[in-house]
Design a protein around this ligand. Structure first.
Ligand code: PLP
Length: 399
């Protein structure tokens, strides 16, 4: 009997399993719609021009790699705040903002979860039904009970607003409520301005703690409009946590660039909050890595690079929207009689296609087209070269 013989094999990650099946498939026209990254028209993960330019300038500096402060690069943290609240926001000088660079959006969520648990004793979090699969696992690992509030309505392929409001209302007072600020993963279904106002109202009344996850800013409408939830929450006067990720918007997945921002209720709270957040950071990984955050800080703090990045981000967004439109048109042309227009109304990288697990399984076995069994497809994995094969196959399994 050796020490590790009692360790059981962890359940397989369903998306990794999907990738393995895709890789093992020898059909030349196979398509992987199960991924969670943006592919360009050539089917490649892009390296943005703004990123390359910032990297070249950084390499030329040959700077020493000393430790960063626990909360990361100051110019990065300030740029994150401008992106979230707008560069003219009075909050920027309010003394109520704390931002710490983090290991991607996942790292920001973990910092926020640990901070709320350790400092405020929070142990109940509500996430949307459905949500990004790591939300539940991450909060459970941080010591929380994870419950869900209704979100997606399969009948309309849209939002179940009444269910969502009632679900949030029914939570014990002071619960942590995790919300996707834009481009909901996995459904692509977002709230309107009026919907947000009602959600904020319930959260305020029930004294819940809002925690916004913004991993796709710029993929919905534009950088400003996609931050509308952040700004409405901030205007409401509620304290707020925000997990930002730049993995997608800068195509910097492996660099792990994100940030946790906390909007405190009063100026005096800010220094203690930062000091305790630093302890969370110190006891987890001490301090964050340099490269990705330096690249992002350089782009966000340079007018020319910022404009270039905004343009490239718009290019990704427009391409995804074009794929949504082509999908709807081609499905209709292929004889699908049900209204698939919801695909065009959904936003961001994903679409809940409405396909059943059986239909998804047929797509893989009969056509070499791989998607998550929930029916989630990554619209950003479509391109002019593969979309006809995908829509033909979907039309066939829907028949
Ligand atoms: N939150 C949501 C909703 C996501 O979809 C993702 C990534 O897929 C993340 C957070 C995590 O982002 P990161 O890769 O930066 O950790």
């Amino acid at each position: 009997m050796s020490l590790f013989s009692a360790v059981e094999l962890a359940p397989r990650d369903p998306i990794l399993g999907l990738n393995e099946a895709f890789n093992a498939d020898t059909r030349p026209n196979k398509v992987n719609l199960g991924v969670g990254v943006y592919y360009d028209e050539a089917g490649k993960v892009p390296l943005l021009k703004a990123v390359a330019a910032a990297e070249e300038a950084l390499v030329a500096e040959h700077a020493a790699r000393t430790y960063l402060p626990m909360e990361g690069i100051a110019a990065y943290d300030a740029a994150v705040q401008r992106l979230l609240f707008g560069q003219d926001s009075p909050l920027l000088d309010s003394g109520r903002l704390v931002t710490a660079q983090s290991l991607g959006g996942t790292g920001a969520l973990k910092l926020g979860a640990d901070f709320l648990h350790r400092q405020l004793g929070k142990s109940l979090v509500a996430i949307s039904d459905p949500s990004w699969e790591n939300h539940r696992a991450l909060f459970e690992a941080a010591g929380y009970e994870v419950v869900t509030y209704p979100y997606y309505d399969p009948a309309t392929h849209g939002l179940n607003l009444d269910g969502m409001l009632a679900g949030i209302e029914a939570l014990p007072e002071g619960s942590v409520v995790l919300l996707h600020a834009c481009c909901h993963n996995p459904t692509g279904v977002d709230l309107s301005l009026a919907d947000w106002a009602r959600v904020i109202d319930v959260i305020q009344r029930r004294q819940h703690v809002p925690f916004l996850d913004i991993a796709y800013q710029g993929f919905g409408e534009n950088l400003q409009d996609d931050a509308v939830a952040v700004r409405l929450f901030a205007e409401s006067g509620l304290p707020l946590l925000i997990a930002s990720s730049f993995s997608k918007s800068f195509s910097l997945y492996g660099e792990r660039v994100g940030a946790l921002t906390i909007l405190t209720g009063e100026r005096d709270e800010t220094a203690p909050v930062l000091s305790q957040l630093k302890r969370v950071i110190r006891t987890n990984y001490s301090n964050p890595p340099i490269h990705g955050a330096k690249v992002v800080a350089r782009v966000l703090n340079d007018a020319h690079l910022y404009a270039l990045w905004e343009d490239e981000l718009a290019g990704m967004r427009v391409r995804i929207k074009a794929m949504r439109q082509a999908m709807v048109e081609q499905l209709q042309a292929a004889g699908v009689s049900r209204d698939m227009g919801f695909i065009q109304r959904q936003r961001g990288m994903f679409s809940y296609s409405g396909l059943s697990a059986d239909q998804v399984a047929r797509l893989a076995s009969e056509y070499g087209i791989y998607a998550v069994s929930s029916g989630r497809i990554c619209v950003a994995a479509l391109n002019q070269g593969n979309i006809a094969a995908v829509t033909t196959a979907i039309a066939a399994v829907l028949r």
